[in-house]
Design a protein around this ligand. Structure first.
Ligand code: CO
Length: 398
């Protein structure tokens, strides 16, 4: 049976066939992990995966990665190694000579209409792009997202299972924090953020997927507030935005997928007097979030989802205080396409996963954001987060 990575590589090649490009070149990062299950931080050493339109993929890598690369579940992958005292460009030039359509002898030497196009990883460092230019002087270059973006947009079953699990973990932590009610009074934002991260791990999550946001009282008006030493007071609204990575269930190879959920709760029975607009604003954001999720189905555009949320907030008179897009795709990256932004005409398709997270931010007062991840299904949407979206805490949670 073919591994998920073999299936993805084949899908990548099918897409290459539909373009004018001869091959794609990927570097350590989400694209390479997606196609091979190999995860490594980008570094100055040349580690490049060549995926030709036709034929077997080739990876050129430092010898130290030999064992890791040979155990990847990709039967056709050719591993070509270079030692630290070799010139990696010699190997790269040889591989390009084999994979690029023959010109007059030199790789990529054919000119004009015949010049081969090489798609380079959008995350490739300029130094490596420059090296490829030197090794294939006549080639033209474009971005690998031309073939990989569409592929990664639609999550396969392994990815969806991981994203569901990440959603459940975030839900459990959300409910746990909420149930503590007034026990949260007197704790600092930073201490609560640490506690959230501890719980995420306890419930089976890995590293936090992004900096955990605990934004209390007026700090909630900053969408990306860094949790600090402000002590939580009774009656404070608190924006809680967090999630942990979980490992996809892959026998060999890796891939980790994030949770990303936001709730805005109030510590105590009701918001303090100074937050007199809070209940109304929370209701508006909740309605905007509901209206946006309602629009999600195959064929609807990403822009329509944004407009659905935005129009509810505009009608309530807070349009200027909704200072960001409605959402972002999630997958191997916490922010990736599709971006849920007004002018995005991309049509939604089954398997796409993104956040729906409208917010209202009142500088000097408070902020409210409510966020769930959703999957586009055959006929609508599935929320990956189901924990309560209201603001009630402690004994008041229903
Ligand atoms: Co988000």
């Amino acid at each position: 049976m073919r591994s998920p990575f073999e299936r993805r590589l084949e899908a990548c090649q099918r897409r290459l066939e539909r373009t004018d490009a001869a091959l794609a070149v990927l570097v350590p990062g989400p694209n390479l992990t997606y196609l091979t299950g190999f995860e490594e931080s980008p570094s100055e050493r040349h580690l490049l995966l060549f995926v030709p339109r036709v034929g077997d993929p080739v990876v050129v890598a430092p010898t130290m990665y030999d064992a890791q690369l040979r155990t990847l579940p990709i039967e056709t992958l050719a591993v070509r190694l270079w030692d630290d005292d070799d010139d990696p460009l010699e190997e790269i030039e040889a591989v390009l000579a084999e994979l690029l359509p023959a010109g007059d002898g030199d790789p990529g030497s054919s000119q004009g209409d015949d010049a081969p196009t090489i798609l380079v990883d959008d995350r490739m460092w300029a130094t490596f792009t420059q090296d490829l230019r030197e090794c294939a002087p006549a080639a033209t270059f474009d971005l690998a997202s031309r073939v990989l973006e569409d592929l990664r947009l639609r999550k396969d079953d392994v990815e969806l299972e991981a994203l569901r699990r990440a959603g459940e973990i975030a839900d459990r932590v959300s409910l746990e924090i909420r149930s503590r009610g007034t026990d949260l009074v007197g704790r600092t934002e930073a201490a609560l953020a640490s506690e959230i991260e501890r719980l995420l791990a306890e419930y089976g999550g890995g590293d936090p997927a992004f900096e955990t946001i605990v934004a209390s009282g007026p700090n909630g008006a900053r969408p990306h507030h860094h949790s600090g030493d402000r002590e939580i007071e009774r009656g404070d609204p608190i924006v809680l935005d967090f999630g942990a990575f979980v490992d996809a269930d892959l026998e060999d190879g890796t891939g980790r997928y994030p949770g990303d959920q936001t709730r805005t709760i109030v510590v105590g029975d009701e918001p303090a007097d100074k937050y007199d607009r809070y209940e109304r604003v929370h209701e508006v954001v909740r309605e905007a979030q509901r209206a946006a999720v309602e629009v999600v189905e195959p064929g609807a555009t990403a822009g329509a989802v944004d407009r659905a949320a935005r129009s509810v907030i505009e009608d309530a008179g807070y349009g200027d205080e909704f200072v960001h897009r409605t959402g972002h795709g999630v997958g191997l990256e916490v922010h990736e396409p599709p971006y849920i932004v007004a002018d995005n005409d991309r049509e939604l398709e089954p398997g796409m996963v993104f956040s729906v997270e409208p917010g209202i931010y009142l500088e000097g007062e408070f902020g409210v954001r409510i966020e769930d991840l959703v999957v586009v299904t055959e006929d609508g949407a599935e929320r990956l987060n189901e924990s309560p979206r209201g603001w009630e805490t402690g004994d008041n949670v229903q």
